[in-house]
Design a protein around this ligand. Structure first.
Ligand code: MN
Ligand code: MN
Length: 306
């Protein structure tokens, strides 16, 4: 059986892209964790079931989407048969056998999939040239909006905007901005969550030169709910740090201000040097920083690998 699966602590792109790609590949969408409130909102909106939760790669054929990094995948990934990777992140892994590999520096994996569809090139990756149904177009559109933070993130490309327009037409969504704000509101509803839940909403591990780094992020329209829990979040991060980390960062991204407050646990010096900044009470505000992938990971990796 072919499974299409995104990264651990799945976000909207990982879930929605898995669902749509499995439609074209005749596979089964899978997930490596709980859905976040934004993704739940989207699946409900389009009447789509959540993908199956899987815990092992054993006996499975797999296409990884929205990640190309073993530290963000199934722990026993090597026990399965890796067929391919469709992604938009930096390449963080090698494979022992040839695989299908498509990765483009676009705003979301959903954009990569939409591009394959609109170019009639699904067959190029072994998929079927079927018609994209309105509900599935809605999922891809939602994933683009989510990953690009309604086209505000510096990861946004012209292709993301163009394909979002095309998808919105198919999905019968007249006002992308209005729908986008609904999504971002769903994303921001962290009021009832525990600090641990907020941290794991969007949390990724990285291996930089043998050092374990964790980077979490929460993107909110109104920071007050997260601000109120900041001390507790920091405590929970310190607890997590005991799991053999060198550094943990947690980004509270203010979508309206277009910047992120970063909470830092562990190797403060690494952070200060990498970002040429000074921390006060283990935190700082980075103006204009919204993207972990484009603005946090590269300087940090450069620091560690130097
Ligand atoms: Mn993702
Ligand atoms: Mn993505």
């Amino acid at each position: 059986m072919l499974y299409i699966v995104g990264h651990t602590n799945p976000d909207t792109d990982s879930i929605c892209s898995a669902i749509v790609l499995s439609y074209f590949m005749d596979g089964a969408p899978a997930r490596l964790g709980k859905l976040n409130p934004e993704t739940e909102f989207i699946l409900k909106r389009f009447g789509i079931m959540e993908p199956e939760l899987i815990k092992s790669a054993k006996g499975k054929e797999l296409i990884l989407i929205d990640h190309a990094d073993k530290s963000q995948s199934l722990e026993d990934l090597d026990e399965g048969k890796l067929i391919g990777i469709i992604d938009h992140h930096k390449v963080g892994m090698t494979t022992s056998e040839p695989i299908l590999f498509i990765s483009k520096p676009l705003g979301s994996t959903a954009t990569v999939i939409a591009e394959l569809y609109f170019n009639n090139t699904m067959s190029f990756i072994g998929g079927k040239n079927k018609e994209l149904k309105p509900d599935l177009a809605g999922l891809l559109l939602s994933a683009i909006i989510s990953d690009t933070v309604l086209f505000k993130s510096p990861t946004t490309t012209e292709t993301d905007k163009e394909l979002a327009e095309k998808l919105a037409k198919i999905a019968n969504i007249e006002d992308i901005n209005k729908y986008g704000m609904e999504l971002l509101k769903a994303k921001s509803s962290v009021g009832k969550m525990s600090p641990e839940e907020i941290i794991s909403l969007d949390y990724k591990n990285f291996d930089f030169n043998g050092k374990k780094i964790g980077i979490g992020q929460v993107e909110v329209i109104d920071v007050s709910e997260v601000e109120a829990k900041k001390q507790l979040i920091y405590k929970a991060l310190e607890e997590k740090f005991k799991e053999d980390y060198d550094l943990i960062l947690f980004l509270i991204t203010d979508i309206m201000k277009e910047g992120s407050e970063v909470l830092v646990v562990g190797n403060n010096e690494a952070f200060e040097k990498a970002f040429n900044t000074t921390l006060e009470n283990n935190s700082t505000f980075l103006d204009g920083v919204m993207s972990r992938k484009k603005q946090i990971v590269p300087p940090l990796e450069k620091y560690y690998i130097k």
